[in-house]
Design a protein around this ligand. Sequence first.
Ligand SMILES: CC(=O)N[C@H]1[C@@H](OP(=O)(O)OP(=O)(O)OC[C@H]2O[C@@H](n3ccc(=O)[nH]c3=O)[C@H](O)[C@@H]2O)O[C@H](CO)[C@@H](O)[C@@H]1O
Ligand SMILES: C=C(OP(=O)(O)O)C(=O)O
Length: 427
Amino acid sequence: MDKFVITGGNRLTGEVTISGAKNAAIAIIPAAILSDGVCRIENIPNITDVSSITRILYDMGAQVRTIDKSTLEIDPRKIHTCVASYELAKHIRGSYYLLGALLGRFSHAVVTMPGGCDFGVRPIDQHLKGFAALGASYKLDGGMVDVRAEQLKGSHIYLDVVSVGATVNIILAAVRAKGMTVIENAAKEPHIVDLANFLNSMGADIRGAGTDVIKIYGVEHLNGTTYSIIPDQIEAGTYMVAAAATSGDVLIKNVIPKHLESITAKLEEMGVEVTEYDDSIRVRREGPLNKCNIKTMPHPGFPTDMQPQIAVLLSIANGTSIINESVWDNRFRYIEELKRMGAQISVDGRLAVIEGVDHLSAAPVKATDLRAGAAMIIAALCAQGTSEVEDIQHIERGYENIEEKFRNLGADINRVHIAEPVIARAI
Ligand SMILES: CC(=O)N[C@H]1[C@@H](OP(=O)(O)OP(=O)(O)OC[C@H]2O[C@@H](n3ccc(=O)[nH]c3=O)[C@H](O)[C@@H]2O)O[C@H](CO)[C@@H](O)[C@@H]1O
Ligand SMILES: C=C(OP(=O)(O)O)C(=O)O
């Protein structure tokens, strides 16, 4: 097991290049199961969630060829099972997309309840409601979801909550179904649009992705394709906040500025200078940070996946800020870690009240989940002294080469191996 040792105080400067989007990649890789040919997928991030989902496809019989460090070719034609490996699938959220993809391709899927970050209960009732509307039946047995259909038929589905996962899964199941499916109250995140573009490049007929009504006209076949994944909105946002937290000046390259608007707006409200270019964004801070209130919302609102990182910035801003977490019941577990570094925060249900302090101080902290881990790195980068961030396996689920990218910006960050304790055996 490794940890990061970070000495704070260095101003981040220079350039960083953003990798492909985690939440698009882990939808698009299983979507390749639906193809009747070879899918060449470019701009794939080198993160552990991607290696897990790719390995699951490989174990099911897909031929997977690495072309270069960010390009894979997937040929799904030799997949011989509808059952996904429990060991790998249980750790990642993206494994739930195997349900939609296998169902859409083989009318049958058996996949464990998904893993991912622990925000309390993360139900999949809307996914199952969507599958049922398309004519599938399902049973939940021993933590496994078994979903099957004679023939999937297009349907009209209204989502009771705006769900990224349910929207993706219904698209995957409906794309080869008979007839037209309409998803109302669909999620609008950039990775939904990316998935629809990927499938359309294979010959699917999906319209309206990026709005809250998506229409999917079922097709009989899907071709192979070549497709490049969009840049990661949340990775970009993380470096934007890190630049601001360290009074830095960073050019963040390979981004889609439109996807970053909600983050840009909040940074500007706090007094940070943000300049947009065609496919890059510069973040510069010289003065103090102003307080600011944040409410997380589905896209195009402020992303919940940026909530822990922005909390670090608010913890060193002038005045009292409030964060309202409207997506997840329990996404403030990291606050106790941040308080160890001197942040003054009180949590009441889905509200966090943050009294800005003059500075944070180094402490040993844990990454309680993926974005919480990114937040701990940012906190350590702007704190006085040397901090240690443990449980970095969570961070590696979603950030490619994070220590190298930060080091190139001038951060003092090192990865250190933690030796496993040797437990003496009683004789
Ligand atoms: C792999 C991936 O893309 N993960 C993202 C995805 O997670 P995920 O797809 O799990 O999140 P959803 O958009 O589905 O969840 C949003 C809300 O809907 C609720 N809900 C969801 C499904 C359901 O069947 N029933 C239900 O009640 C959830 O409890 C939550 O309160 O979107 C989240 C919200 O942007 C992000 O934080 C995650 O990073
Ligand atoms: C919550 C996240 O991921 P997952 O849904 O994969 O746990 C995230 O990317 O911030």
